[in-house]
Design a binder for this molecule. Structure first.
Ligand code: ADP
Ligand code: ZN
Ligand code: MG
Length: 477
């Protein structure tokens, strides 16, 4: 049977960190005592009227612009009707066919829409202690009821669980940098649902999808999707059909359990919210949102690849961490012409990260000293191995002087024109005639023995490339 390719689309709920709720003045909170941030509006008393939160609308505009979305000149609120104890009005105010943010894109993934809505209350299922007349019971905390949410929906453009998790990380970083949400998956201010299907590779039709709810970390998101893809491939491999349903993934057991069969939009009896007028952002609001956007990870990544010549993996790594990216750029500026940005990226994401992990007291050095070190290695005054020794000292003493360390520790590279390195190489060859013979007869790997001997003799202060060159030269190759 043809290979089955994965097709994944994500729905992401971003809880906005506005001061007050979407339609009332209650504080947006997390972790407070239950039911202290409530009022007649978010408790759905009869006769009250919702008042839209302008800050939430401004936040939604920022998210939409950051995702390259078309912004609707007039978008409208709808009522989504359903009964559940976390939903006191028996409807949720959401958006339906005219969302505030229309089609857009983040990286390789098309955004279908992003709309504003209100969050539900939190239900807490209690065990035996909370039983009422012998039945298990649920408690409701209305602090969360009415918290503003932006729901972002993607097209089914993702093709693997790992890509889905990576893209979700990029989205989180993007929203975090807008400053409109805590984007904390564990606390639920970022909630990701994954829609998953498979289809024969090369097909353009979509298979039947299932929906995985609310995985509370990127790792679980990836594992849940992997598990579900495996299950669907098995079902189809055995001649069965995937049922459209909503599933819960238990990361501890790896089990996928059905939550409910999927409801359709018409089950919700969507209709326009009669108590609210259309959202019509003014030109000034749009301009303000546009001007407030920082350089976002996707744009930064593209710039690192196009202008600084970084490879994709390096660019992604740096762009995903604004703090580290800022540092990287400061070092690139300080290094100037002395080394390529690609080399700086290798130091920052490689050797420096390792040095910082190696000791608890290690701190990132100032950009200047690291730039001096990178320049010294690039110009072969210090070998790479010697450079790492300098780095170990720099992370312990952030503004130490690189030239001084090199001098004091005797790390100046041996090489150059004075013939010292050539002499050491000659001695190493003389001491290991066996290896020399093997290299001459074409065994390229044997050169490692001589290089190793030279490195021991020089305590790592020789340039590996130069040592290789000298060995070949002296063996007449
Ligand atoms: P529903 O009607 O079930 O809400 P939508 O068409 O609104 O479905 O899509 C919801 C999400 O599911 C979107 O992120 C979309 O990209 C994704 N999706 C839709 N169809 C598929 C499919 N066959 N496989 C994977 N994801 C899909
Ligand atoms: Zn309220
Ligand atoms: Mg839908």
């Amino acid at each position: 049977m043809a290979e089955l390719e994965a097709v994944i689309g994500l729905e992401i709920h971003v809880q906005l960190s506005t001061r007050s709720k979407m339609f009332c003045g209650c504080a947006v909170s997390f972790g407070d005592e239950p039911n202290v941030h409530t009022c007649p509006i978010c408790l759905a008393h009869p006769g009250v009227l919702p008042v839209p939160n302008e800050e939430a609308i401004r936040s939604a505009l920022k998210i939409g612009l950051a995702l390259d979305c078309e912004i609707a000149p007039r978008s409208i609120f709808h009522r989504k009707n359903y009964f559940y104890p976390d939903n006191p009005k028996a409807y949720q105010i959401s958006q339906y066919d005219v969302p505030i943010c229309g089609p857009g894109r983040l990286g390789e993934v098309r955004i279908t829409r992003a709309h504003l809505e209100e969050d539900a209350a939190k239900t807490i299922h209690v065990g035996a202690s909370g039983r009422i007349h012998g039945s298990a019971a649920s408690l409701v905390d209305f602090n969360r009821a009415g918290t503003p949410l932006v729901e972002i929906v993607t097209e089914p453009d993702l093709r693997s669980a790992a890509d889905a998790a990576d893209w979700a990380r990029l989205l989180r970083e993007t929203v975090r940098q807008l400053g409109v949400s805590d984007v904390n998956m564990e606390e639920g201010s970022l909630r990701v649902d994954a829609n998953v299907s498979v289809r024969p590779a090369g097909s353009t039709e979509l298979g039947t999808k299932t929906e995985l709810k609310n995985m509370n970390s990127f790792r679980f998101l990836q594992r849940g999707i992997e598990a579900e893809l495996g299950r669907q491939r098995e079902v189809i491999g055995a001649g069965g059909r995937v049922e459209q349903e909503t599933l819960h993934f238990d990361p501890a057991s790896g089990d996928l359990t059905p939550l409910r069969s999927k409801e359709e939009a018409h089950d919700y009896r969507y209709f326009p919210e009669p108590d609210l007028v259309a959202i019509a952002p003014t030109a000034a609001m749009l301009a303000e949102a546009r001007e407030s956007l920082p350089e976002l990870p996707a744009a930064r990544m593209a710039r690192y690849e196009a202008e600084l010549g970084l490879d994709e993996a390096q660019a992604r790594l740096l762009a995903g961490d604004p703090e580290q990216a800022g540092y990287f750029e400061a070092v690139v500026a300080a290094v100037g012409e002395a080394a390529e940005p690609r080399v700086v990226a290798n130091w920052v994401t490689g050797d420096l990260t390792a040095a910082l992990r190696a000791s608890e007291d290690a701190e990132r050095p100032e950009a200047g000293p690291l730039a001096d070190l990178i320049g010294a290695v690039a110009s072969k005054q210090v070998s790479h191995a010697g450079g790492k020794q300098v780095l170990a000292i720099l992370v312990a003493d952030g503004d130490a002087d690189v030239a001084e360390i090199v001098e004091r520790e005797g790390l100046a590279q041996i090489g150059g024109d004075d013939g010292e390195l050539a002499g050491i190489v000659a001695a190493a060859i003389a001491a290991d005639p066996d290896a020399a013979q093997q290299i001459r007869s074409g065994n390229g790997k044997a050169i490692g023995a001589i290089v190793g001997a030279v490195m021991r003799e020089t305590k790592g202060r020789a340039d590996g490339g130069e040592v290789n060159r000298l060995i070949r030269e002296q063996l007449g190759m």
